[in-house]
Design a protein around this ligand. Structure first.
Ligand code: ZN
Length: 198
């Protein structure tokens, strides 16, 4: 889940919310990292101090293979779903590109299976183009599930907390929002109420 809102005044800066602390941060030139935030492959955005370092090699391998397989599937379904081509030549070229892409990804999977230590991850990172492609697709440095405290079930995010509460207590968000609007005449009244100690 991505919490992004572009500032109207400056198209090159955006603000993001850390899903762990709820802090809002401004980024420059759309680069998430410039604000000290980072995004995992599941699009959880959080302060980079929460990144998990002590993941195991097997966890990392599994995450890599899952992600590569996801890209392979997406590539295949893009061939399925794209019905219109200007020429037969164009279709052939497109399908060839996808096939090559998937061949590369399958080779990456086989290579990753052979890694023997976490140290070798860095070398793999250097040697392969797959990260660059995935990173440009994600728009940020790649961060696997095993490195994300939310994906690893070490920390529950603000938004998951909210979704869980809504579900468990069967709260109707729209109904509650109109209750808020009916109950408070000004935004200051609402703020004061929310800041009151129970
Ligand atoms: Zn995550």
């Amino acid at each position: 889940m991505k919490f992004r809102k572009d500032f109207v005044t400056n198209s090159s800066s955006s603000s993001y919310i850390c899903e762990i602390t709820g802090d809002t941060r401004e980024t420059y030139n759309g680069e998430l990292e410039s604000s000290g935030l980072i995004q995992c492959v599941n699009e959880h955005v959080f302060d980079d101090s929460y990144v998990i370092d002590n993941f195991t090699l097997d966890q990392w391998k599994k995450d890599f293979i899952d992600l590569a397989n996801k890209y392979i599937e997406e590539n295949l379904s893009s061939i399925e779903s794209r019905k219109t081509y200007n020429t037969d030549e164009e279709q052939k070229e497109y399908e060839q590109t996808i096939t090559e892409d998937n061949k590369g990804l399958r080779k990456n999977i086989e290579d990753v299976k052979l890694l023997k230590s976490k140290k070798e991850i860095d070398d793999f990172y250097e040697q392969t183009e797959v990260f660059e492609e995935i990173e440009s697709d994600l728009g940020s440095n790649i961060l696997f599930k095993c490195q994300c405290p939310i994906c690893s079930m070490k920390i529950a995010s603000k938004s998951d907390y909210k979704r869980y509460v809504n579900k468990i207590y069967k709260l109707n968000e729209e109904k509650i929002k109109s209750e808020i609007l009916n109950k408070f005449k000004t935004y200051e009244e609402l703020e004061n109420f929310l800041n009151e100690k129970d």
